[in-house]
Ligand binder design. Structure first.
Ligand SMILES: Cc1cc2nc3c(=O)[nH]c(=O)nc-3n(C[C@H](O)[C@H](O)[C@H](O)COP(=O)(O)OP(=O)(O)OC[C@H]3O[C@@H](n4cnc5c(N)ncnc54)[C@H](O)[C@@H]3O)c2cc1C
Length: 147
């Protein structure tokens, strides 16, 4: 049976973690506290608790060749440096291309600090939901690795 992996957050790191798990024959479940993918690249006028955000006028300061995932180049017609809406569009194209959305459970906060080992190999995913994961947790941005 494929090992199950928890991925926390569906920003850049989380999306590519899901993809890597699938490439390796693992079974990922991603927990995203907000209601959509993109992490800080999804600009909102109103700041959401627990989710970093860029400001409205941000353009990438890394080129599209340097910023893209190695297995998914940016579309030719994209400019070299992207407005944040374009970068978010790219992330959505990536998720669509590799059919990643079905592995993401939105509006679930993975409580890393309050994580309790339910059994040796099982993690408590949130107050409301418990889920047994027979593997390690992959974590995205600024979260510590929990084994
Ligand atoms: C202004 C600005 C400009 C930048 N420009 C560039 C650039 O040009 N090029 C570049 O390469 N990088 C740039 N970066 C760096 C940026 O951090 C990365 O590009 C990338 O977005 C980081 O992705 P991430 O998935 O690690 O984190 P994030 O995008 O922060 O995503 C984390 C996700 O995890 C979710 N989450 C967090 N905690 C939990 C939890 N406990 N349970 C469930 N979900 C959770 C959040 O809701 C969020 O969706 C920039 C950063 C900033 C702030």
């Amino acid at each position: 049976m494929a090992k199950r992996v928890a991925v926390i957050g569906s920003g850049v790191s989380g999306l590519t973690s899901i993809k890597c798990c699938l490439d390796e024959g693992l079974q990922p479940t991603c927990f995203e506290r907000s209601n959509d993918i993109g992490g800080l690249w999804r600009f909102k006028e109103k700041v959401e608790e627990g989710r970093a955000s860029i400001y409205q006028s941000v353009f990438t300061n890394s080129s599209k060749e340097m910023s893209c995932f190695s297995d998914f180049p940016m579309p030719e017609h994209f400019p070299n440096f992207l407005h944040n809406t374009r970068f978010l569009e790219y992330l959505k194209l990536y998720a669509k291309r590799f059919d990643l959305l079905k592995y993401i459970r939105f509006k679930i906060i993975f409580l890393v600090d309050q994580l309790q080992l339910v059994r040796e190999t099982c993690f408590r995913a949130s107050i409301e939901e418990e889920l047994c994961i027979n593997s390690k947790a992959c974590v995205s941005h600024q979260q510590k690795l929990v084994q």
